[in-house]
Design a binder for this molecule. Structure first.
Ligand code: ATP
Length: 364
């Protein structure tokens, strides 16, 4: 029996509710399997840790994670701590320290979800957004000078390397190739950003030659927002820079019905380091501690975690459990217009897993 070592980092706000819920459903799956088990280790890093120690995570924190098979993360964000401290001090430290350069965000309208696009069928929206996760606009290159003086200056340099662009485009083409449509849309802003984005376009042409069976097209990021709303079925796999994909994936999550549902994987495709899985929503302090948090984004992230580990039967059962729950309005949390609690949704997913225990045993 394989024992997967999983680090859980609930972080801040509702992360402390949805990550334990995610752990519960993973444990429910493992209980029904003869093939795998989990060994969880919890890390209490985040805003509270920062208040006590002045850092979001310890200096040797990455070493504590290094031997894990995967990380289940909640959120980093605290109304009393500056956003750049919570983000750079925890989540980005892990993403960058472990070179998790591919951020993958599947988006679908799940059964029973009332999504805002009324002109299209739910099946028209079935995307995977691939976000460059290691450089670009969020590379952290830049600085400030003359602080507090009228001549103050600040720069954030968007840094794109050929190696970084090649690896994310190759990853995106490969992902597109694995999906039934085999279609990739490469999003840039190469009309206005005439250096790095033009390099993206050139590298896209180069990498596309390695994938003759994948059709692909290009779109400027502003036009892409309109296309997502007006012609969602024309998109399938999408690749974009760190900033562009960050924005597009929030739009995608809203178009799919709720921020509370959407998952993310921060992958090191070469598997040199553990990859990290998290819901895309933030800490949502407004609903913290009330049992209102929708755990589905974390559960879907757990599906991606299982797929990454190769536990495909368990991943399929968990995804089916999620769809079973979303199809039932009585199990919708408040963000979906319902009144179910985090615990009720988690219980329902666990009992679906228990009822379909035989399927967890199926070979991958
Ligand atoms: P952060 O600063 O950490 O990004 P935030 O509160 O500004 O967090 P989000 O958490 O991403 O931003 O979400 C915005 C709002 O959407 C929240 O205030 C909350 O009302 C709602 N929301 C987000 N996630 C969920 C969820 N899982 N369940 C229910 N409501 C949610």
């Amino acid at each position: 029996m394989k024992t997967w070592r999983i680090a859980t980092i609930p972080g801040d706000g509702i992360g402390k509710e949805v990550v334990p819920a995610g752990q519960r459903v993973l444990e429910a799956l493992a209980q029904r399997s003869d093939a795998f088990a989990f060994e969880f280790e919890n890390f209490d890093w985040g805003g509270d840790y920062y208040r006590q120690r002045g850092v979001m995570m310890p200096a040797d924190g990455l070493d504590a994670l290094r031997n894990k098979d995967a990380i289940l993360f909640g959120s980093a964000g605290d109304p009393h701590i500056a956003d750049h401290i919570t983000l750079w001090g925890l989540r980005l430290k892990i993403c960058q320290g472990f070179d998790q350069y591919a951020n993958v965000r599947p988006t679908r309208i799940l059964p029973g979800i009332d999504a805002p696009l009324k002109r299209c069928a739910p099946a028209d929206l079935d995307w995977v957004i691939v976000r460059e996760n290691s450089e670009g606009e969020y590379s952290g290159v830049g600085g400030r000078a003359h602080q507090g003086h009228p001549i103050e200056v600040a720069t954030d340099v968007s840094m794109m390397t050929r190696a970084g662009v090649e690896r994310i485009l190759r990853f995106a083409f490969r992902l597109a190739q694995s999906r039934p449509r085999k279609h990739l849309t490469v999003i840039t802003k190469s009309n206005a950003q005439r250096h790095a984005m033009v390099m993206w376009d050139e590298i896209a042409v180069q990498i596309s030659k390695e994938f003759p069976d994948v059709s692909w097209d290009k779109e400027l990021v502003d036009a892409a927002t309109a296309r997502m709303v007006n012609r969602p079925a024309s998109l399938d796999t999408i690749v974009a820079t760190n900033l562009h994909a960050d924005i597009l994936s929030d739009l995608a999550a809203a178009l799919a019905g709720s921020l509370g549902i959407a998952p993310t994987a921060n992958l090191d495709p070469e598997r040199r380091y553990p990859s990290m899985f998290e819901p895309i929503h933030g800490s949502a302090f407004d609903i913290m501690g009330k049992g209102l948090a929708n755990p589905i984004g974390t559960f879907w992230s757990a599906v991606m975690l299982l797929e990454h580990l190769g536990e495909n039967a368990a991943a399929r059962v968990l995804m089916a459990a999620i769809e079973h729950v979303t199809a039932n309005p009585a199990l919708h949390t408040r963000d979906l217009g319902g009144s179910a609690t985090t615990a009720q949704v988690t219980d329902a997913v666990c009992s679906y897993v228990a009822q379909h225990a035989a399927l967890v045993q199926q070979a991958a």
